[in-house]
Design a protein around this ligand. Structure first.
Ligand code: AMP
Length: 467
């Protein structure tokens, strides 16, 4: 799949702090789970923007020397992750441009669903694109705007784009944060004395001792400059569509997003899963680390001891970093190892948060079987994933999602478990406390809150790659 379309990211921004680049580095460090492929920071010393971006992990990219070259009291940063395609420095964010009105840095979490249409239009009028990222469209729209202030130029540009976006903009003297009207991705606001902070998740604030003030609301734009913080709602309101997968898998359990603590929700998913799909098991084994929180709920509800039957080597990256299937298989083996003495001759309930292609689950089940398990009951704390995400979570094409073409019993046979149970959609909705349909469940239902022609569903992901 195209790296440019399917990706997830993390954002961090600070305004008015004497060590802006250093705290941004720490913020990104806490958000590393949202993207491990590349990272960047842009800072402003009020005269000019300073930028550094590179491939790799935050701790590898930002040495003391690099951070010294990012002076100023405001900064924005970005971590990015993609499964395949062009791992190219030109696509690393934040983008920084110098246009007629000065410097501008931009960092984006999400996916724009009409970027290719806008890009064709802009190119037809002479725009020259530097990257293959959808985000760059926003920069061109801003540069073409006749409005006098940056906030109005941003609003004008965003009124033309559709899709999911949490955005941070940095000019020499201003930081702007925007969350799309659907509120697909989380974005939170923090404060420490006279400094303001914005991040994808609250775990970034905890690390630097910043007080979490509130979530930036769907459709809200926050402008921070020397006059303080000003909040605007410049877009037509729509029904919110928080990404439920943030709760299921993506966000860190210690974060507070969409009005809830992530761990608390995951634990409830496990409790609900145990109610819906009890298992005759001697032990509950979480798949590290994604299954931990739900396994605790599952074990608690079913009164079965939770054991660490799979041990993870934390010094290898996530399986999904591997760009090719052949390496992915290898990745599972170097990442996880069963505790044979624990598993031998036992009935085990293996808990994970989701099945995507089922390649990892199949490997894990085989591993547990070889370790001597008598019966293996796989329990998944979300419904089958049947549709790709176009709003900022990295999922493969529909044809690669096992849940899109196989019944649960077929998936059970494929992964070689004895029984397989998925959480129901109703159970999921109950656990996230969704009374007014304020979440996006499109990866389980195909019901996308932003509609686009169905032909685009498969081809959209390839569009930029084909360029
Ligand atoms: P698979 O073998 O493709 O079914 O992978 C399932 C595993 O991938 C589960 O352990 C999930 O925690 C994890 N996972 C689910 N969605 C994603 C995603 N978008 N990016 C990375 N990992 C994921």
């Amino acid at each position: 799949m195209s790296a440019e379309w399917g990706e997830h990211c993390g954002l961090f921004g600070v305004y008015g702090h004497p060590e802006a680049a250093n705290v941004t580095y720490l913020g990104l460090y806490a958000l590393q789970h949202r993207g491990q492929e590349s990272a960047g920071i842009v800072s402003s010393d009020t005269h000019a923007l300073h930028s550094y971006r590179n491939m790799g992990l935050v701790s590898e990219i930002f040495t003391r020397d690099v951070l010294k070259r990012l002076p100023g009291r405001s900064a924005i940063g970005h971590v990015r992750y993609s499964t395949a395609g062009t791992s190219d420095l030109k696509n690393v964010q934040p983008f920084t441009v110098h246009y007629a009105r000065g410097g501008l840095g931009i960092a984006h979490n999400g996916n724009l669903t009409n970027a290719h249409i806008l890009r064709d239009e802009l190119e037809a009028h002479g725009s020259i694109f530097q990257s293959t990222m959808d985000t760059e469209v926003i920069i061109h729209l801003i540069a073409l705007s006749n409005e006098h202030d940056l906030a109005s130029r941003v609003v004008g540009a965003l009124k033309r784009v559709n899709g999911a976006y949490c955005l941070l903009f940095l000019s020499e003297d201003e930081m702007i944060a925007v969350r799309d009207p659907h509120g697909f991705r989380p974005l939170v606001l923090g404060r420490q004395k006279n400094a303001y902070f914005v991040a994808s998740e609250t775990c970034a604030f905890d690390l630097i001792g910043v007080e979490f003030e509130r979530e930036i609301e769907p459709g809200e734009m926050v402008v921070i400059n020397e006059d303080g913080l000003h909040s605007f709602y410049p877009f037509i309101p729509v029904r919110t569509s928080h990404c439920v997968f943030e709760f299921i898998y993506f966000a860190r359990p210690d974060s507070f997003i969409f009005g809830r603590n992530v761990y608390g929700v995951r634990r409830e998913l496990g409790i609900q899963l145990a109610k819906e799909h009890p298992a005759e098991a001697d032990i509950v084994i979480p798949t590290p680390d994604s299954g931990f929180s739900a396994a605790i709920g599952y074990g608690h509800q079913s009164n079965i001891p939770i054991e660490l039957g799979l041990i993870r080597n934390h010094y290898v990256g996530r399986t999904f970093i591997e760009p090719k299937q052949s390496i992915r298989h290898f990745g599972v083996k170097i990442k996880l190892n069963p505790v044979k003495e624990l598993i031998k001759e036992k009935g085990v309930a293996v808990i994970d948060d989701s099945i995507v292609r089922a390649t990892t689950s199949r490997k894990i089940i085989k591993m547990i079987r070889r370790a001597g398990a008598e019966r293996i009951h796989v329990r998944i704390s979300s419904p089958p994933i049947t549709h790709p995400c176009f709003f900022g979570i990295d999922t493969p094409m529909k044809s690669e999602l096992i849940g899109s073409s196989h019944a649960i019993e077929e998936i059970n046979r494929y992964i070689t478990s004895d029984t397989l149970g998925y959480l129901s959609l109703e159970g999921l909705k109950r656990c996230v406390g969704d009374n007014n349909s304020s979440f996006c469940y499109a990866c389980f239902t195909g019901d996308y809150s932003i509609k686009f022609p169905s032909m685009m569903e498969e081809s959209q992901l390839r569009l930029y790659k084909a360029r």
